[in-house]
Design a protein around this ligand. Structure first.
Ligand code: COA
Length: 192
């Protein structure tokens, strides 16, 4: 189901607080058991807001961020940011892929409505408009959300160990050699 009561648009610096709230809530919902508890407890919305403000301000060719806003008051008070996404091409780290999805997080209540798919499509469209034809991303291997990337046609292309918050973790990379099919998903699931 694609719901137009939730609008996808480019992130602005003024969205930083709302983006930080999604970031912190989604990390605390997604990563218990995967990332050490003290790191999740100590997440700070003001610190996250400062980082998201920088990301929004740094938008330009090959990099930027999107927000999903519940304009219709479907799952949250009207105007609430319920999803965030960021991408870039300048520091893409998946070998052989020109762009990279850096972050994609939704509030729990906004999951399962097609918002993740629309955010991925928006990033793919924008990367292509900026001349980037392929993209990858890194995801914790034990994060069940990774099946979402498989559903969207991502191929498993690499794995790597990382040290994060004092823990040894495994990441898996997904890649899309051609972003065009992903970009077309913005038109709705029926075009797949
Ligand atoms: C991963 C995430 C962004 C997906 O967003 P979403 O809006 O819930 O997903 P969508 O509704 O757009 O789903 C698109 C398709 O993927 C499938 N899908 C979504 N999440 C899935 C999951 N965890 N496992 C398997 N399939 C999944 C949906 O069933 C849907 O399939 P369909 O095309 O047959 O209808 C969201 O669940 C989320 O924020 N998760 C927590 C944060 C996170 O882990 N982010 C990724 C960090 S690497």
């Amino acid at each position: 189901m694609t719901d137009t009561a939730i609008t996808i648009r480019e992130a602005q610096a003024a969205d930083a607080d709302g983006m930080a709230a999604v970031h912190v809530q989604s990390w605390r919902s997604t990563y218990p058991g995967l990332i050490p508890t003290p790191f999740l407890v100590n997440l700070s919305e003001p610190a996250a807001a400062s980082r998201w403000r920088s990301v929004a301000e740094a938008r330009g060719p090959g990099q930027g961020a999107f927000v999903a806003v519940d304009t219709g008051g479907l799952v949250a008070p009207a105007g609430t940011i319920v999803g965030i996404a960021s991408y870039g091409a300048r520091r893409a780290t998946v070998d052989g892929y020109g762009g990279e999805v850096h972050a994609l997080y939704l509030l729990d209540e906004a999951k399962g409505l097609g918002v993740g798919r629309r955010l991925m499509a928006a990033m793919a469209e924008r990367l292509m408009a900026d001349g980037v034809r392929s993209a990858g991303l890194w995801c914790l291997r034990d994060n069940p959300s990774r099946w979402f990337y498989e559903r969207l046609g991502g191929s498993r292309v690499a794995e790597r160990p990382i040290r994060f918050a004092g823990a040894q973790l495994m990441e898996i990379a997904y890649g899309w050699r051609d972003l065009a099919p992903l970009a077309r998903l913005s038109a709705g699931p029926e075009v797949r």
